[in-house]
Design a protein around this ligand. Sequence first.
Ligand SMILES: NC(=O)c1ccc[n+]([C@@H]2O[C@H](COP(=O)([O-])OP(=O)(O)OC[C@H]3O[C@@H](n4cnc5c(N)ncnc54)[C@H](O)[C@@H]3O)[C@@H](O)[C@H]2O)c1
Length: 258
Amino acid sequence: MKYYEGRFSGKRAVVTGASAGIGKAAALRLAKEGARVGLISWAKEELEGVAHQITTEGGVAIPLFADVSNEDQISKAIDTAAKAWGGLDIVVSNAGIELPFEDNTTDAVPFSVWQKIVNVNLTGQFLSCKYGLRHLLAAGGGAVVMVASPCGEKGFCFKEHAYTASKGGVMSLMKVMALDYIAHNIRVNAVIPGMIDTPMNAHVMSDPELLKMWTSTIPIKRAGTADETAAVILFLLSDEAAYVVGSAWAVDGGQLAG
Ligand SMILES: NC(=O)c1ccc[n+]([C@@H]2O[C@H](COP(=O)([O-])OP(=O)(O)OC[C@H]3O[C@@H](n4cnc5c(N)ncnc54)[C@H](O)[C@@H]3O)[C@@H](O)[C@H]2O)c1
């Protein structure tokens, strides 16, 4: 991959969950298109690998270790990126977890599992936006993309009630933030990835029967890639999407159209 001047030259970004999957793909694309990127994750080794990949190929990135659900850690990580570059213009709030073998129906899910999932997926996105937005406000504008899920739109993630609720919360937060911050020249939007081939879905991708069962329910009949999702994230962050505010773009092979 070659790094060059592009749509994001001069922009300063933070991406949470940048160590793998969709966050990593978005961070690589942002760096490739000229942004300086603060890579945030709790997965130290993978994160250093992504930072190394970007910097050895001529991009600008710093690895910032933080659990997005820990207020002290995430605020410090975001502030460190802002301090390094004199501000921030972009927040990709992406980090999330899915615990399909621990999550369950409302009557059965252990409270500790509910808390773990909601803390990362909803509180983590709230905290990432809270501390990121302060820098966007100071910069006089910017763009935020949150990563939601079809489960937050429809009730088809059976027996994953905590994950479903956490992603529904992300959608609601995205909409109210979009309306409150557009007056400050900050556009807030979301992507809704469908079934994407990332480490989060390794249990499905590595099981041919399960994969066949899942893809048969997707109109395009295949899983998507992290890079296909990142392409839409970058569009929403770019000036090309100047009139896109408070919307959620599905990257799901048609899943939500049905
Ligand atoms: N993969 C899919 O099919 C799919 C579908 C719908 C929504 N999503 C959402 O997309 C986002 C990214 O998913 P993915 O598939 O790339 O996941 P992934 O597990 O492949 O990668 C997520 C990365 O975020 C990091 N992370 C997780 N929790 C963190 C925390 N508390 N603090 C810091 N870092 C943390 C992980 O270490 C990992 O490197 C998530 O919010 C997920 O819910 C994914």
